[in-house]
Design a protein around this ligand. Sequence first.
Ligand code: BES
Ligand code: MG
Ligand code: ZN
Length: 471
Amino acid sequence: MKLVNKKIKDYTQIFHLFTEEEWTRTSKNFNKNISAFFTGKKNEVFINVQDQGIAYFIGLGKADLQPFEIQQAAIKFAQTYKGKLLAVPTLVVGDFMIEKQFEEFVKGLLLGTYTYPFESTHAFWNAKFELHFENLSQKKLDFISLKAQAISNGQIACQEWLNKPANLKKPDTLSLYLKNLSKKYNLKYTVFNRKKCEELGLGAYLSVNQGSAYDAAFTILEYKTTVKNAKTFGLVGKCVVFDTGGISLKNPDNMHYMKSDMGGATAVLGTLIYASEMNLPVNIIAVLPITDNAISENAFLPSDVITAYNGKTIEVLNTDAEGRMILADGLSYLVRNYKTDILIDVATLTGSSVRMFGDTCGAMFSNNDELKNLLIKTGDKTNQRLWNLPLWDIWKDDIRSDVADLKNISMKPIGDCIVAAKFLEQFIENHPKWAHLDIAGVAFGNVGYAKEKAATGFGVQLLADLIENYH
Ligand code: BES
Ligand code: MG
Ligand code: ZN
């Protein structure tokens, strides 16, 4: 795709963008019959075959729409018509559109080409696909083009890995991908195998991994800027490539969805791709504790007491509460070994958060009001919403154990997403700016590109926006 600020005369494709108001104002310039089919409502598309070429009239909805709604409309448009659209110079007409709106439109076109398995052979990814838009300077268009491709590459990588079936994303396959990705983007790549994890004392992570047929892969990816005094973000992404529940085996009815239990990690992965392609003036230390949660003769058992990286002991009462185990070590390893300004962990952590919010928002927990408010604001802006839940100390009582410092579940049938967050708080080593995002209900769900539930890409645009605009 290329963005060009010249108006072209001989186009074969034209995208006419309208809000309802804009259509009312300008419809008189068009064949009056069109109004019988087109009003400018969101997701309305009218196709008019004209002498010059094919005109797509694309409805965006009310004039006061938010930028993300333009992205949504563009995604829908691309998903519906992607088989028909041509890789040719295309004129875009939408005089009312400001820079941010056009940016969202372009992002939506690219994101809307995604289906599993992804093929970047679609017309929109072809250099011959030129979008001609004369309202913005070439400099601004170049920046929009860079940004739209960076966010699409990040989110598509996120969706692609989440959508892969379990047999195509064993820990070693994922590790190989991350290693190559690090080469491509010049990230520092570190991986600790089982032996190294034992030496380091990453006991909580290892307790989950010990039942796996695959070696441990406690992974650290570092993106560094040369800009001085840049902020450093610590990101921990839950990376359970498949969660059977372990010995506390899950019910099989919905078990196949547990290929999505790496949704935290893929959100972090997408963010790293975005930061790298945009060359953002920040540092990111990403910790991805990779494992499956398998059943085997070596699997950890309910009643096991294990020692975490920070020395705290944990009584395992349910092996299906494995995410908080691996995140515990991910968090304390990151805090003890790196200096970070902001610490965020992202995880498909609890069914409890799904029962609470469904697919409407992620559950957020934070010990810092500034970070909390910024995350809520960024979530609203990117339409990857978060809602804040409490971390009151009364919840700590529920995870006190008789035989260890902590137990990994409360045994009460209430508030498990809060209990899990309270558990994680015991491993942040007093970091002053931490947020935990439980995205179990939003990472995988109903999408426009698949019949069944699939990856939504939740978290990439949220974290990318947060990091890019953090001061
Ligand atoms: N990966 C699951 C959480 C989950 C549930 C993600 C639904 C996506 C959709 C997590 O590891 C888990 O199994 N949690 C248990 C904890 C329980 C045993 C305390 C749960 O929520 O049922
Ligand atoms: Mg589990
Ligand atoms: Zn899990």
